[in-house]
Design a protein around this ligand. Structure first.
Ligand SMILES: Nc1ncnc2c1ncn2[C@@H]1O[C@H](COP(=O)(O)OP(=O)(O)OP(=O)(O)O)[C@@H](O)[C@H]1O
Length: 239
C-alpha cells in the first residue's frame, strides 16, 4: 500500500534517514520503534509528504507521491503534538476540516468524538485545552474521514488510562477492517496489544522489520518490551 524506496534525508550535516526501504501493507499495524532522535517522526513525515527526502521516493498504491497531494485524503494523521490556532473553538476546527474536505456524501466517523465526549467541549478555544484534551481532538480528527491509512505519532502520550483504552480499542477496530496503521510509541505494552509488525530504526537506518510473532520466537521472550530490550543490547551504537 505504501512503499519507501531508499529514502534518505539530512538536516545540515545530520543524516536523519539513511536509505530506508520498506513495504507497508494494508491490514498490518506497524510499530515504528527506535531511540529518541532515531528518525521515526521524520520517516512518517516523509510518507505524508511533509518532509521531502533528498534521495529515494515514496509510493502510495504504486504511485509516486512527489508533487501530488490527493493521496493525503486517504491518510489520517495524528501528530505527536497538535498545533492549532489558539482562538479557534473545537467546533470551528471540525467545521473547518469538514469544509476543506468538501465532500457532502462523506460518511463521518464520529466514534471518538462521542467516546471522548468532545461535543460537551465544542465551544472551548483550542488554546485553553489541556494537553490530553488536545490529544483527543487530534485523535478524533485523524479518524474522522474514515481513511484507509492511519499514521499515529505517540497516540497515547498524555492520555489518561481510560482514554488510552478507548483509543486502543478504536485502533484495533479499524485495523480489523483491513486498514494500514502505523504507530510510533515508546509504550511497549500498548504496541504489544496492537501491533502486528515492528519497524526498528536506529540512527536513521532500518535495523529490522519483522512480525512480532517472528521476533518473539527469535528471542524466546513473550513481552515486546523484553524482545526489544534484548535486540537493542545486540545493536552496535554509532559514535
Ligand atoms: N526540521 C528539522 N531540522 C533540523 N533537524 C531536525 C528537523 N527535524 C528533525 N531533526 C533532527 O532529526 C533527528 C531525528 O528526529 P525525529 O524527530 O525524526 O526523531 P524521533 O525518532 O521521532 O525522536 P523521538 O523518539 O524523540 O520522538 C533529531 O536529531 C532531530 O533533532
Amino acid at each position: 500500500m505504501i512503499r519507501a524506496e531508499a529514502i534518505s534525508k539530512s538536516f545540515g550535516k545530520l543524516n536523519v534517514l539513511r536509505e530506508i526501504s520498506v513495504q507497508l501493507e494494508a491490514g498490518r499495524v506497524v510499530a515504528v520503534i527506535g531511540p529518541n532522535g532515531s528518525g521515526k517522526t521524520t520517516f512518517i513525515k516523509t510518507l505524508l509528504g511533509m518532509v521531502v527526502p533528498d534521495r529515494g521516493r515514496v509510493l502510495f498504491t504504486n504511485q509516486a507521491i512527489t508533487k501530488q497531494h490527493t493521496y493525503r485524503s486517504q491518510i489520517g494523521y495524528m501528530p505527536q503534538i497538535g498545533h492549532y490556532p489558539a482562538n479557534l473553538k473545537i467546533k470551528q476546527l471540525f467545521e473547518m476540516m469538514i469544509d476543506i474536505r468538501n465532500d457532502a456524501t462523506m460518511q463521518l466517523d464520529e466514534d471518538l468524538v462521542a467516546a471522548f465526549q468532545l461535543k460537551a467541549l465544542f465551544e472551548k478555544p483550542l488554546g485553553t485545552l489541556s494537553g490530553g484534551t488536545k490529544q483527543k481532538v487530534s485523535a478524533a480528527l485523524a479518524f474522522l474521514f474514515n481513511p484507509s491509512v492511519l499514521i499515529l505519532d505517540e497516540p497515547t502520550a498524555g492520555l489518561d488510562p481510560l482514554s488510552s483504552e478507548v483509543l486502543k480499542d478504536k485502533i484495533q477496530k479499524e485495523s480489523q477492517k483491513g486498514k494500514l496503521i502505523l504507530i510510533t510509541s515508546h509504550v511497549m505494552s500498548d504496541l504489544d496489544e496492537l501491533a502486528t509488525d515492528v519497524l526498528y530504526l536506529q540512527d536513521g537506518s532500518v535495523q529490522f522489520y519483522k512480525t512480532i510473532a517472528e521476533l518473539k520466537l527469535e528471542t524466546g521472550e513473550s513481552k515486546l518490551g523484553r524482545v526489544i530490550a534484548q535486540l537493542m543490547s545486540k545493536i552496535p551504537q554509532m559514535s
